[in-house]
Design a binder for this molecule. Structure first.
Ligand code: NAP
Length: 452
């Protein structure tokens, strides 16, 4: 019987576990996560007001509750205090790394380090109650914000900045973030793209949603739309629909509403300017289409005031000690999901999800990605089985001082979050710090007895 470890319990990890149990009637799968909570970016990345996407947790849950799948939270792989990759490899017949893209890309421009400039990932982690996130005072004295980038994460953070208390209250957002966002004085958010509307990465449904926020008007400069030389008929469907939505907003008469989302295009950030020791404005260079989908600088500059700047220019994978890593793409080199070391596929080591293909695509993209990896794994597994794999990896983890949080521990966290919400007169409210999460999880399982 095959024993497989899947590292990461986000969508790619869960879909990998699902494919394994569907395709092999005997396999046993341990899904490891460094956090005590499962679901990865579905819990810590999908915006709190996107209940429908969040409800995907229900289907991921059925995977983690499968009789041949076991969730082992609180287990770090690699790095200080973590289980070394080599050790983990010895505990299982195969290991599939589904560790995502854990950091964000930088702009590489002067002033990026100023207080008041954050990555969208840091902001998202804070309002999503990620236990590594802290309230960095994101919204202190902020009247206008700039979001740099034109992907769906940029749309998410723009929307969250403009949502009111009534809309945030039903979400599972931690109380501190809810209070801060509800009381914020942000009256204007500019979402700024370096290329044109036809090259923006956001999807139409997400774009349209910006126009549905109560008490907020979306403004688009007609000149930004006219700049793009490509006729709509030459564009793929998503971009064509995006342009239609943007044109509709550009043609709207002024409404008298004083809270605005301004969507700007053809502006490349060149510097963040300080004001009183923190960011006060962003200097952009106006760009122009180069006819090949890219842009060139025009030598004309524009300064936009902002006390908060969120760079939302994409995620990036981080190297996992002991695994090969391609710096250029931020991914682990692979062949159909098989980790490639020194040019050859390494037996028993696999990748799926963003660490395999880079940070793109929607949650569903992870299904075919996991399927390909699992096909490779099961094809390789027909080779002679290893005899040195222990029946259960947990005793070795315990011996190494790592006490996993099992499914009962996670269920205790779920109950505590429902109780907290009830006390606050809300629905479920997420717990946001390591100590509380671990104390609640451990209260449900006797020490050193992780198998229920
Ligand atoms: P993304 O889609 O790759 O968008 C990144 C944006 O940053 C692009 O507009 C890019 O512009 C811009 N950018 C990159 N480098 C820049 C620079 N140096 N200066 C200025 N702009 C720069 O990334 P994302 O928004 O982080 O999303 C990641 C993935 O998650 C995507 O597949 C997204 O669809 C998905 N996601 C989906 C949802 C949803 O379905 N609701 C929600 C969130 C995220 P260029 O195009 O010019 O490079």
């Amino acid at each position: 019987m095959l024993r497989v470890a899947v590292v990461g319990s986000g969508p790619s990890g869960c879909y990998t576990a699902q494919q394994l149990v569907q395709q092999d009637p005997e396999v046993r799968v341990d899904v490891l996560d460094r956090l005590p909570c499962p679901y990865g970016l579905v819990r810590y990345g999908v915006a709190p007001d996107h209940e429908k996407i969040k409800s995907l947790q229900a289907s991921l849950r059925t995977v983690l509750e499968h009789e041949r799948v076991r969730f082992l939270g609180g287990v770090r792989v690699g790095g200080p205090g973590g289980v070394p990759v080599k050790v983990l490899r010895g505990l299982y017949d195969a290991v599939v790394y589904c560790v995502g893209a854990a950091t964000d890309r930088h702009l590489g421009i002067p002033g990026e380090e100023l207080p008041g400039c954050w990555s969208a990932t840091e902001f998202v982690a804070w309002y999503s109650a990620h236990p590594d996130a802290a309230d960095a005072g994101f919204l202190r004295d902020v009247r206008s914000a700039v979001v740099i980038g034109a992907g769906n994460v940029a749309v998410d953070v723009t929307r969250m900045l403009m949502r009111g208390a009534a809309e945030l209250r039903p979400t599972d957002m931690p109380q501190g973030a809810l209070d801060t966002l509800a009381e914020s004085g942000v009256g204007e958010v500019r979402m700024v793209a370096r290329r044109g509307p036809a090259q923006a990465r956001f999807t139409t449904k997400e774009l349209r949603e910006l126009g549905t926020l109560p008490g907020t008007q979306v403004l688009v400069e007609p000149g930004d739309l006219a700049l793009d030389p490509a006729g709509p008929e030459t564009l793929p469907a998503v971009q064509r629909r995006n342009l239609e939505v943007l044109r509709g907003w550009a043609e709207q008469p002024p409404s008298g509403i004083d809270r605005h989302i301004r969507l700007r295009f053809f502006l490349r950030p060149v510097e963040l300017l300080a004001d009183g020791g923190r960011v006060g404005a962003v200097r952009f260079e106006r760009t122009a289409p180069d006819g090949r989908g890219g842009v060139t600088g025009t030598g004309r500059y524009e300064e936009v005031p902002a006390q908060l700047v969120l760079r939302s220019v994409g995620y990036r994978g981080v190297p996992l000690e002991g695994l090969p890593f391609d710096e250029a793409s931020g991914t682990v080199p692979h062949l159909a999901g098989r980790v490639v070391r020194d040019g050859v596929a390494s037996p028993g080591e696999y990748v799926a999800g963003w660490i395999k293909r880079g940070p793109s695509g929607v949650i569903g993209t992870n299904r075919p990605c996991a399927k390909e990896t699992v096909a490779s794994l099961l094809a390789d597994a027909s080779e002679p089985a290893r005899s040195d794999v222990p029946e259960d990896a947990v005793p070795a983890l315990l011996a190494a001082g790592i006490e996993p949080v099992v499914w009962d521990g996670w269920l205790a966290i779920e109950r505590a979050e429902a109780e907290l919400g009830a006390r606050l007169g809300r629905g479920v409210v997420k717990l946001a710090d390591w100590d509380t999460l671990l104390a609640v999880a451990r209260s449900s399982q006797p020490p050193s007895q992780p198998r229920p």
